[in-house]
Design a binder for this molecule. Structure first.
Ligand SMILES: [Zn+2]
Ligand SMILES: [Zn+2]
Length: 112
């Protein structure tokens, strides 16, 4: 009996994979998982960021958004404001303020 095989762990994929394959997925789906993980990390939205941003947003309610000076409420969409080089956070701001600030920064970088 050759090495045991089973179908890919990805729902609906009929490809047979070696029982010891990483994640139990076929080559295509292993690549897909890695690609998704890679792009998520590149955007700065990895698991740690998600946990951190959840906690920071919860603590920010009632504090002042440093971009517009208004208070942040629990029913508003809030976002973490990254430093320009994305090495840290300057604080929590309104999602809309963050988007506007990001657009301004993007323009400034394009002009350079
Ligand atoms: Zn597959
Ligand atoms: Zn704001």
């Amino acid at each position: 009996m050759p090495g045991s095989r089973r179908v890919c762990a990805e729902a609906g994929c009929p490809t047979l994979v070696e029982a010891g394959a990483r994640g139990g997925r076929c080559l295509d789906h292993r690549r897909q998982v890695e690609r998704e993980r890679g792009s998520a990390t590149a955007r700065g939205y990895d698991y740690t960021h998600t946990q951190l941003s959840k906690r920071m947003r919860a603590e920010a309610v009632g504090m002042t958004c440093h971009l517009c000076g208004d208070r942040m409420a629990a029913d508003q969409d809030l976002a973490l404001d990254h430093t320009g080089d994305r090495s840290g956070y300057r604080g929590v701001v309104h999602l809309s303020c963050n988007a506007r600030d990001g657009a301004l920064r993007g323009n400034a970088q394009r002009l350079r």
